[in-house]
Design a protein. Structure first.
Length: 274
């Protein structure tokens, strides 16, 4: 069992920030905005799925996982709230969250599916976010030039995503979800998540007026597709999920632990397993 602390982040998101908040870089700002736009509806789905999943388990397994699931839900609820505040500024800047609209429609279309599918989809998405999160902790320069409070927000979120990367996976395993479906769902989630984020990034760049500038896509290549970029540099970790017997804890979470230890002055623990 993983002990998960729920933390109150000590930053003020009330003041507005500039449109190209991430170092005045159009692509980095648009891409991270797209990620943030996906979080409130996604985090709610993760919470609902894991809570529904654990209720299907025998009582002894529920008790074994209950404390971790409670911490997972608390962390995700905090992420949802923080990114809701962040996204409110984007809305005032004129950005339209089409990603959320499509995600809500997709969730309605798939609401009838077996709860194991939803928990499996949560586990798959959590793996993607965890490997991206670890990349962020290795590459804080991806936020170079951003306000300190926004750097803290993204790195705190990254640290917690890495920290709880195995919760949904463990619930799926306890529900006796099959390996074949786990991998099938992961492929589907990879395609839909990345395509949604890509479409929203393009939409954000269009609104920003930087979609057709060479500097925009040069920055995008450096961030995502360079040798150690967020996408290309994580290919091995992405592929590992499809190996038989894979477990998220096989991948190193040291950077998350170190960041949380070294930045304890940036948050207050509000909930911790006894």
């Amino acid at each position: 069992m993983t002990e998960l602390t729920v933390r109150k982040l000590l930053i003020d998101l009330a003041p507005a920030f500039e449109q190209r908040w991430n170092g005045r870089d159009a692509f980095r700002s648009a891409f991270f905005n797209a990620l943030s736009m996906s979080f409130p509806v996604g985090e709610q789905y993760f919470m609902d799925s894991v809570r529904a999943g654990i209720k299907t388990l025998p009582e002894d397994q529920q008790q074994r996982l209950a404390t971790e699931v409670q911490g997972f839900v608390g962390q995700e609820a905090t992420h949802r709230r923080i990114h809701g505040l962040f996204n409110a500024h984007l809305e005032k800047q004129g950005f339209k969250n089409e990603l959320e609209r499509r995600a809500v429609l997709r969730l309605k279309q798939n609401a009838h599916r077996d709860v194991r599918v939803h928990v499996g989809a949560t586990a798959a998405t959590e793996h993607l976010t965890a490997i991206f999160a670890d990349w962020m902790l290795r590459h804080p320069e991806a936020l170079q030039g951003a306000e300190p409070r926004l750097q803290t927000m993204w790195l705190w979120h990254s640290a917690e995503e890495s920290e709880h990367r195995s919760t949904a996976f463990d619930v799926y395993t306890a529900m006796k979800g099959s390996e074949a479906w786990r991998i099938k769902i992961f492929r589907y989630i990879t395609t839909t998540f990345l395509s949604d984020v890509a479409r929203q990034t393009v939409r954000n760049l269009w609104h920003d007026g930087s979609l057709f500038k060479w500097s925009t896509w040069r920055s995008g290549y450096a961030l995502l597709l360079a040798k150690d970029g967020m996408f290309r540099g994580n290919y091995t970790l992405w592929r590992a999920y499809m190996e038989p017997g894979f477990h998220p804890r096989q991948q190193d979470g040291t950077l998350s632990q170190e960041w949380l230890k070294n930045h304890a002055d940036q948050f207050t623990p509000v909930g911790q397993p006894a």
